[in-house]
Design a protein around this ligand. Structure first.
Ligand code: HEC
Length: 109
């Protein structure tokens, strides 16, 4: 980034992220929040990406796909009581955060 003299336009730009965050918290998933919330999920889902005991891997999914899966549990279109309960408790912001966090993880052995 090249440095220029301070101008009113730049000062406004500096405030833009704050304005966006306060207006649309659900837009971009907050990975730090996702990591925090993931603690509960990884008691069942393997963070390594391995499928263990019939519990599917949930890392590396495109964020929209992850959100759509959680939404289908929340609406009870997908039939799994544990996941329906999980999804029902999460806000759209939290689901987006989880999608960003898990989506960014790579499988490892
Ligand atoms: C008690 C165990 C358990 C916990 C805790 C749990 N899950 Fe699950 N999850 C499952 C099981 C079992 C399935 C498969 C259910 C099915 O057959 O639809 C699943 C399925 C999923 C799927 C769909 C995967 C796919 O490809 O079909 C997603 C996404 C998911 N879980 C996300 C989460 C998130 C996010 C959390 C934490 C908020 C979480 N899970 C917590 C057991 C768990």
């Amino acid at each position: 980034m090249t440095r220029r003299r301070r101008s009113p336009a730049l000062a406004w730009l500096a405030l833009l992220p704050v304005a966006l965050l306060s207006q649309q918290p659900a837009q971009a998933g907050d990975r730090a929040l996702g990591e925090y919330l993931s603690a509960e999920c990884v008691t069942c889902h393997q963070i390594s990406g391995r499928q263990v005991g019939g519990i599917p891997a949930i890392i590396g999914l495109p964020e929209e796909a992850f959100v759509a899966l959680m939404e289908s549990y929340r609406r009870r279109e997908r039939d799994n009581q544990v996941m329906q309960a999980m999804a029902a408790r999460l806000s759209p912001e939290e689901v987006a955060a989880l999608a960003a966090y898990f989506g960014g993880l790579k499988p490892r052995n």
